[in-house]
Design a protein around this ligand. Structure first.
Ligand code: NIG
Ligand code: FE
Length: 386
C-alpha cells in the first residue's frame, strides 16, 4: 500500500460540508490530508499530519478537488475559426455549422484524430481537469461515430454517444430515416462503446418527440441519458430531460421559472456552459435563479470547435462568476462537485474521506483567485490519484 501526505495547505477545499467551515466547500485552514492507495484516508491540521511514504508540501497554497468536466466534444477534425470570426462581427449561431466539422471528422484517420485529441486532453489536464467526458457527434454515420467513440475510449471512461447531434446533409429531406438509422444500426454498433446517450434537442437539431425516441432506444440498450437542451430557445429539452431522469441537461441558456422549479425537485443537474454563450455571443443565463430554487448546477467547458473551443476550467469559472452571477464558491463547487453529480459519480469532485485523491495545487492562497485573476496560470500542480 502506498501513502502520500499533502501538508502545509493554506486552504483546503474538500466540498464536504461536514468538514472545516461548514459551508458547501467544507474549507479547512493550515490543513493536511493523507492519501492511501489513491484515496483520501485522513484529513486534519498540518500539525497533526501522519507520516507517509511520500510528502507533498503545499507551502501555504490553496488545494482544491480536481475539476470534473462533464461535457466535451473533444474528438473532432478541422476547426471553425471562420464561423467564430463571423459571429464576432455580427452573424448569428445556428446548429448548421456542425456539418463543417462532420466533413473534416469523417475525413480524418484514427491516428490523426487520436493525436489531435491527445493535444486537447493535454490542455484539459494542464488546467486542472482530472475527469472529463467526451461525446461523439461529428461522425453521423455508423463507421465515423464508431471511430470517434473508439478514440474517446482511449482517453476516458465517460464516453457519450451523440449520433443525434444534427441530421446530416445526406438525410436532409429524409430525417425520419436518419432517426431510424440512429436507433437501429448506429446504436447496435455504438452502444457497446459508450456509457451515456445524448441528443441535441433544439431548434435546427431534433424535436422533443424525436429526442425521446432516441433516448428511449439508448436506455433500452443500457445507456444512461443526458441531453443538450434549451440552448437556442425554450425548446422542451428540460421537460424531456426530467421525464427520462437524465443525469444532466446541458446549456440551459433559456429557462422558465417553471423549468427551474421542476429541475430543483429532480435528480437532473443543470449544466451551464459559459464558453458557448461567449463564443456565440448569446445572453448568459443567470445562475442566481437556479441557486435560489435549490437546483443542482454544474459548469463544464463544452470543448468543441464550433461553439466553445475552450479547454480551461479556470476560464469557465471566471466567466461564470463575472457573467452568470455565480459566487466564486458556487462556481468552484459547480466545476468540481457539480460536474461529478452530472456524471452520477460520488468518488470524484470532492476531497472528503474515501474520495479519489484527484486534486490541484493552486499558485494562490485561495480558490477565489481563479475568478479574481482570470488568464493567470494559477494551476501549479495537478495530481490524479497518487
Ligand atoms: O454543445 N449544441 C450542440 N452541440 C455543440 C455545438 C456543436 C457545434 O456547433 O459544433 C454545443 O454547443
Ligand atoms: Fe455540447
Amino acid at each position: 500500500m502506498s501513502s502520500t501526505v499533502v501538508t502545509g495547505i493554506g486552504e483546503l477545499v474538500t466540498n464536504d460540508p461536514t468538514m472545516g467551515d461548514g459551508t458547501i466547500l467544507g474549507t479547512l485552514r493550515d490543513a493536511a490530508f493523507l492519501v492511501e492507495d489513491g484515496k483520501v484516508a485522513w484529513i486534519g491540521s498540518s500539525k497533526g499530519a501522519p507520516s507517509a511514504d511520500q510528502v507533498i508540501e503545499a507551502s501555504g497554497k490553496s488545494v482544491i478537488p480536481g475539476f470534473v468536466d462533464s461535457h466535451t466534444h473533444a474528438v473532432f477534425g478541422g476547426d471553425r475559426v471562420r464561423d467564430f470570426v463571423g459571429r464576432m462581427t455580427g452573424e448569428k449561431y445556428a446548429a448548421g455549422g456542425i456539418k463543417t466539422t462532420v466533413a473534416a471528422t469523417r475525413e480524418a484517420g484514427v491516428d490523426q484524430l487520436r493525436e489531435h485529441t491527445a493535444g486537447i486532453v493535454g490542455e484539459l489536464r494542464a488546467g486542472g481537469i482530472t475527469t472529463f467526458e467526451i461525446k461523439s457527434g461529428y461522425g453521423l454515420d455508423v463507421q465515423s461515430e464508431a471511430k470517434i467513440l473508439d478514440v474517446a475510449n482511449e482517453f476516458t471512461q465517460e464516453v457519450t454517444f451523440l449520433g443525434a447531434h444534427v441530421v446530416p446533409a445526406e438525410f436532409a429531406s429524409e430525417r425520419e430515416q436518419y432517426v431510424s438509422l440512429v436507433i437501429g444500426e448506429m446504436l447496435d454498433t455504438c452502444a457497446p462503446k459508450a456509457k451515456w446517450i445524448d441528443v441535441f434537442c433544439d431548434t435546427g437539431a431534433f424535436t422533443p418527440e424525436e429526442s425521446r425516441r432516441i433516448l428511449d432506444a439508448g436506455i433500452a440498450r443500457g445507456l444512461l441519458p443526458r441531453l443538450h437542451g434549451n440552448q437556442l430557445g425554450h425548446t422542451g429539452g428540460v421537460e424531456l430531460a426530467l421525464e427520462v431522469d437524465a443525469a444532466s441537461v446541458d446549456h440551459c441558456t433559456y429557462l422558465s421559472d417553471e423549468e427551474i422549479v421542476a429541475l430543483a425537485s429532480s435528480n437532473t443537474v443543470a449544466t451551464l456552459l459559459p464558453g458557448a454563450e461567449f463564443s456565440t455571443r448569446s445572453p448568459y443565463p443567470d445562475a442566481r435563479r437556479l441557486y435560489a430554487r435549490g437546483a443542482k448546477v454544474a459548469l463544464a467547458t463544452d470543448c468543441n470547435p464550433g461553439t466553445s473551443f475552450i479547454t480551461s476550467m479556470p476560464w469557465v469559472i471566471a466567466t461564470a462568476v463575472r457573467e452568470m452571477y455565480f459566487s466564486p464558491a458556487q462556481a468552484l463547487h459547480a466545476a468540481t462537485f457539480g460536474g461529478a453529480q452530472a456524471l452520477r459519480r460520488s468518488d470524484i469532485g470532492h476531497l472528503g474521506m474515501g474520495a479519489r485523491a484527484d486534486f490541484v495545487i493552486l499558485d494562490a492562497p485561495s480558490y477565489e483567485y481563479l475568478a479574481y485573476r482570470p488568464g493567470a496560470h494559477l494551476v501549479s500542480r495537478v495530481i490524479a490519484a497518487v
